[in-house]
Design a protein around this ligand. Structure first.
Ligand code: DGP
Length: 114
């Protein structure tokens, strides 16, 4: 059994509310939503943090952004606006070590973050 929680979601070992999928990425609702729409977009390969990204994996990063755009349209927040966030390591607030793009929207979001 993998110790990578999000790989276990990809492998359907852990249930998730999946909203989008293609051959490179999976998107599902965050279990602790911070906004009316809070979806995580993840690559279907294990990349623990942004620091681990290689040039060969760049296609996954573009696939994540394209999926985020699709999800925002699906959720009806593309025009009102949304935020894409990726946390890295402890000071960045990362808690799951499989890179993920947070898609947040459905309300006005404050800036700068705390
Ligand atoms: P981060 O702190 O940037 O690493 O974000 C991790 C997010 O993952 C956090 O918002 C909560 C979410 N999360 C953690 N465990 C699960 C889970 O088992 N299922 C789902 N859907 N989301 C999870």
């Amino acid at each position: 059994m993998s110790d990578d929680l999000f790989l276990r979601i990809i492998q359907r070992e852990i249930p998730a509310d999946i909203v989008y999928e293609n051959d490179q990425v999976l998107a599902f609702r965050d279990i602790e939503p911070q906004a009316p729409v809070h979806i995580l977009v993840i690559p279907k390969v294990r990349i623990p943090t942004v620091n681990d990204l290689t040039p060969e994996q760049a296609g996954y990063v573009s696939a994540m952004f394209l999926a985020a755009k699709e999800v925002a349209q699906q959720e009806g927040i593309a025009d009102s606006g949304y935020r894409l966030v990726m946390n890295c390591n402890e000071d960045g607030g990362q808690s799951v070590y499989h890179i993920h793009l947070h898609v947040l929207g459905g309300r006005a979001l404050t800036w700068p973050p705390g």
